[in-house]
Design a protein around this ligand. Structure first.
Ligand SMILES: Cc1ncc(COP(=O)(O)O)c(C=O)c1O
Length: 424
């Protein structure tokens, strides 16, 4: 029996994330070097702290550790988050915070709470694929706004907003990843952050600020002041702020948080009740133990130095192998390098060749809501070891040169070969 006729209209248009699809594809390729997923480096997970905490929590002394918990989250964790957020400039009450099962769930809950089918969500061009999926799942209409070197183009944003308003469309919110954006690695400048808040106040728009990378600035080019969240200066309460323990502790703990006005958090609580009742109690307790043991403070410098070094390894390899062919904005933090190929070269065709050479990445189109970005790709330097980064970029360089040669020879580009390549 075919099930299609039973699916909702939203289910019929759901697409697998290009990043997840790359993971499945990569599992079948021997000796694959993957620059595709934005995974943290597991050597940085706080194994010792978590091992001790887990043994204690699983001793059975506190039955609540494995029991259902409050939907809003584990109270001591919500309290500890207050201090963590304050260090980033965000003052919030207990009632303004809620724990979610990853920021991905936060995005999903916010989407369910704010979006009616057909509502417009403004996003950066390009933007995070997980947000695109969450907003698409509730039938939002995503409209992209270009970015400049230090963030979203506010003039273009205003023009787009005015055009949509003139067309009678309802803009629900603006979604931003201001710190070391996934996928571009870009950082919104401080002045631009101020002007964005002014713009949002003037046009009465909600901002959804997604900030998993803010603590991961590279000391050689940025500092904590550069990553001050918009939420820290949100005097009117129009910013819904999301952050996560995934990139700084461990993503397997699926523990993140949303800070928003109390009325919004109350509604998020209701949406979350239907989604998963509560985030895993053991996960939350482990994150709480790690946070209160000061892991984020004691390990922060090590994390930043580690990812900064990997960024340098990848930039040097790119410069050495294909510096004459590709360009990228220098990341000042985060996990990603955003590469633009020579004009006319298609990233899908390069990916086909790259996979044959056992190296993978995510093609840029996955991150664009307007179908553009064919000549771009995202490389993640966070997980592979240094020597694998070197080797992987050498393989990628050969794949790019082969594709250029094939095009110059007038031969078939690998894009015409019929090989199945993931498309976002
Ligand atoms: C911008 C952005 N938002 C949200 C997420 C989801 O993170 P989490 O593991 O907290 O669900 C990611 C993960 O890569 C991300 O890059």
């Amino acid at each position: 029996m075919t099930f299609d006729r039973f699916f909702s209209s939203a289910a019929l248009v759901m697409r697998e994330s290009a990043i997840r699809r790359m993971g499945a594809l990569g599992a079948r390729i021997p000796d694959l070097i993957s620059f595709a997923p934005g995974y943290p480096d597991p050597v940085l997970f706080p194994w010792d702290t978590l091992r001790v905490a887990a043994a204690d929590l699983l001793s059975g002394a506190d039955p609540a550790a494995l029991q259902y918990g409050a939907t809003r989250g584990y109270r001591p964790l919500i309290e500890a988050l207050g201090t963590l957020l304050e260090a980033r400039g965000i003052r919030s009450t207990f009632e303004e915070r809620i724990v979610t099962s990853g920021s991905q769930q936060g995005l999903d809950l916010v989407a369910r709470l704010l979006i009616d089918p057909g509502d417009v969500i403004l996003v950066e061009l390009p933007t995070y694929t997980g947000a695109i999926s969450a907003f698409n799942n509730v039938r939002a209409s995503l409209v992209g706004v270009p970015q400049e070197a230090d963030g979203i183009d506010i003039d273009a944003l205003d023009r787009t907003f005015e055009r949509l308003r003139a067309e009678g469309r309802r803009v629900r919110f603006l979604y931003l990843v201001p710190n070391f954006q996934n996928p571009t690695g870009l950082l919104i400048g401080l002045d631009r952050r101020r002007r964005l808040l002014e713009w949002a106040d003037r046009q009465d728009v909600v901002i959804v600020e997604d900030d998993p990378y803010g603590d991961l600035y590279f000391p050689d080019s940025a500092g904590p002041a550069d990553t001050r969240p918009l939420k820290a200066d949100d005097t009117s309460g129009r910013v819904i702020y999301l952050s996560s323990s995934s990139k700084t502790l461990a993503p397997g703990l699926r523990t993140a948080w949303v800070v928003a006005p109390e009325a919004v958090v109350q509604k998020l609580d209701l949406v979350k009740q239907a989604a998963d009742i509560c985030t895993g109690g053991l996960d939350q307790r482990l994150v709480h133990r790690a946070v209160t043991a000061g892991v984020l403070v004691t390990e922060g410098d090590r994390l930043r130095a580690h990812y900064q070094r990997k960024r340098t390894v990848m930039e040097r390899a790119l410069a050495r192998e294909i510096g004459d062919l590709v360009t990228w904005p220098a990341p000042r933090g985060g996990f990603f390098l955003w590469v633009t190929l020579p004009a006319g070269l298609d990233a899908d065709a390069v990916l086909t060749r790259a996979l044959q050479a056992s190296v993978s990445f995510v093609t840029g189109t996955a991150f664009f809501v307007d179908g553009s970005g064919q000549d771009t790709l995202r490389l993640s330097f966070s997980q592979p070891a240094d020597d694998r980064i070197d080797e992987g970029i050498a393989r990628l360089g050969r794949a790019i040169r082969e594709e250029i040669d094939a095009q110059l020879a007038g031969g078939r580009s690998s894009a015409d070969s019929g090989t199945s390549v993931p498309r976002g």
